[in-house]
Design a protein around this ligand. Structure first.
Ligand SMILES: [Zn+2]
Length: 166
């Protein structure tokens, strides 16, 4: 039996609705955060699908085309044009933002600033990078669905260690 579906009204403001197949992840280039003005990288739809609260998802027509602001002092976590999402909209603590606990840096293998700091205090060194690199090979990481940045944490972990050592 055929059923006639009403043609969806075109709403192509931020995502391309064609044949009902909305939102192909296409993070491209960088965009300036509307809150802090810093350049931010695009994130996959999959990342937002995994990390946004249900309430936040309900407010959005689609999860495509967002950028991730990693400026520590900026309250904005994700943005797309005028739409801004903050820690309240995200189900994990965004560890790179100032003053949060736990300050998670590696979401796949649960390395936090607190844990690295404790290691440094105890031994003067941290195995964070070695541990993460070893586990990336086996069992492998899931940055796209666990890390708010949607990407590899190694650069951030390196920066955190350097900062804590100073
Ligand atoms: Zn920002």
């Amino acid at each position: 039996m055929f059923s006639f579906k009403p043609v969806k009204e075109e709403n192509t403001e931020s995502c391309s609705v064609e044949g009902g197949d909305c939102c192909t992840p296409k993070p491209k280039g960088k965009a300036a955060c509307p809150s802090c003005g810093e350049k931010a990288k695009g994130v996959l739809e999959l990342t937002l699908e995994s990390l946004l609260s249900d309430e936040a998802k309900e407010k959005l027509d689609c999860l495509d085309g967002f950028y991730y602001c990693k400026t520590p002092t900026c309250k904005t976590v994700y943005f797309r044009d005028e739409t801004v999402l903050t820690q309240e909209d995200v189900t994990v603590v965004v560890g790179l933002k100032e003053g949060v606990t736990p300050a998670t840096v590696c979401y796949c293998f649960e390395w936090t600033k607190e844990k690295i700091q404790a290691e440094l205090e105890a031994t003067g060194e941290t195995v964070a990078l070695e541990d993460i690199k070893a586990k990336m090979d086996d069992p492998g990481c899931s940055c796209e669905t666990l890390n708010p940045s949607g990407g590899c944490c190694l650069g951030d972990v390196g920066k955190v260690i350097k900062a804590l050592k100073q």
